[in-house]
Ligand binder design. Structure first.
Ligand code: T4K
Length: 364
């Protein structure tokens, strides 16, 4: 049993759309499926504008460029490595701050002390789809004149009090990788507030071309093709059902694991529409009587492939380890969480028997 399984569209329906792509002979560069998916996603996600990308890393790289972010950016070490790599690709120095134990997201109380005259932006992550404290982060950004770019790779469809979390900050980015709640095989998107920015992003993801002969900046090739946009349109029809199935799994895990000594997890937050993209549990080695890694390998022996997302911390990888802010003393909460976390299998196809098998590994 793997940690996740991709949501796949109906093969016949996909074949039908593929036929349309073949017939049109228009394969990429802002084709009709691309346009339709952008509009459909903006509506589904309750956001003003969506610009599709070929993966979830390039919108991060492009957002930083589009907002002219330079110098230093305050970010979290508790994420997938792409978050910090996007800064590196822009020649920006990452400054890591610690996270909040209750959400896994950047702790706003740690941000101000990390601001220097070189700081130009904050790049938090709604990790596991848990919303950051966006009000607190925005208040600091406003006070210091900083941009905010949310890596919302995990936050597809997440809402707080009926409003999309993707509307926070200046820009949010999404990943539609095969392992995500909603996927287009590989894919991603940027969520922007206004038409002018959307146009600029559309230029930048197409090498900077604004028309046949004008290039407005050093853009990149970040475009999504027609085949994946068509696939994405079909997956959008079934993503609600997939999220509902994931929720059932989360409820079953919580029911079975509540009260198991040394195992903790998060409950749903009031007022939040979650997407159940991951189900992290935390292993207190002493109280549980077994370290996280021992449990992870025990599960593996039983063919239950959980994952240690996000271990090691980004700040522990060789590229970033030398930074002052990467020291474990600066990141005690993140360091502890990375040592304790294990993400249990979580996807739309897991049945009661699968859940039972996972639980048996942990409880017995
Ligand atoms: N920001 C954040 C916060 C992110 O989490 C990510 C990506 C990004 C940015 C960048 O977005 P992208 O550029 O990737 O769109 C996976 C994904 O590759 C990555 O997209 C994701 N985050 C990260 C958290 O997880 P791996 O190395 O763990 O993937 P892999 O190949 O080990 O797959 C995990 C499990 O999924 C496998 O055990 C089996 C299953 N699987 C996987 C694939 C690819 C399938 O069943 N089918 C498949 O096709 O990184």
């Amino acid at each position: 049993m793997l940690v996740t399984s991709p949501l796949l569209p109906d093969m016949d329906e996909f074949r039908e759309l593929l036929g349309q792509v073949w017939h049109s002979k228009w394969l990429t560069n802002n084709g009709t499926f691309h346009q339709r998916l952008e509009a459909a996603l903006a509506e589904y996600l309750k956001v003003p504008y969506v610009s599709l990308f070929t993966n979830g890393t390039l919108p991060l790289v492009t957002a930083l460029q589009a907002l002219h972010v330079t110098g230093e950016v305050i970010t979290t070490p508790y994420s997938f490595v792409a978050t910090t790599h996007a800064l590196w690709w822009n020649g920006i120095k990452p400054v890591f701050v610690d996270i909040d134990r209750d959400t896994g997201c950047m702790d706003p109380a740690r941000i101000e002390a990390a601001i220097t005259p070189k700081t130009t932006a904050i790049m938090p992550v709604h990790v596991y789809g848990k919303p950051c404290d966006t009000d607190a982060i925005q208040a600091i950004a406003d006070r210091y004149g900083l941009k905010v770019i949310y890596d919302a790779a995990h936050a597809f469809g997440v809402e707080v009090e009926g409003r999309s979390v993707l509307n926070a900050g200046d820009i949010s980015t999404l990943s539609f990788h095969a392992t995500k709640v909603y996927n287009t095989v590989e894919g991603g998107a940027m969520v922007v507030r206004d038409e002018k920015t959307k146009r600029r992003i559309d230029y930048l993801k197409n090498f900077g071309f604004a028309g046949e002969t004008e290039v407005v900046g050093p853009g990149i090739n970040g475009k999504m093709d027609e085949v994946r946009a068509a696939y994405g349109l079909l997956n959008l029809k079934q993503v609600d059902a997939a999220i509902a199935a994931r929720r059932k799994v989360a409820v079953a895990y919580r029911e079975a694991l509540r009260g198991v000594e040394g195992i903790s997890f998060w409950d749903d937050l009031p007022g939040v529409k979650h997407n159940y993209s991951y189900f992290p549990v935390f292993v207190d080695a002493e109280a549980y009587g077994m370290a996280r890694d021992a449990l992870y390998f025990k599960m593996k022996e039983r063919n239950v492939f959980a994952r240690r997302y996000f271990y090691p911390l980004i700040s522990e990888f060789s590229t970033y380890r030398g930074l002052e802010s990467a020291s474990p003393a600066n990141l005690p909460v993140a360091t502890k969480m990375a040592a304790e976390v294990i993400c249990l299998p979580m996807h739309h196809e897991l049945g009661a028997e699968d859940v039972e098998r996972v639980i048996e590994c942990i409880v017995k």
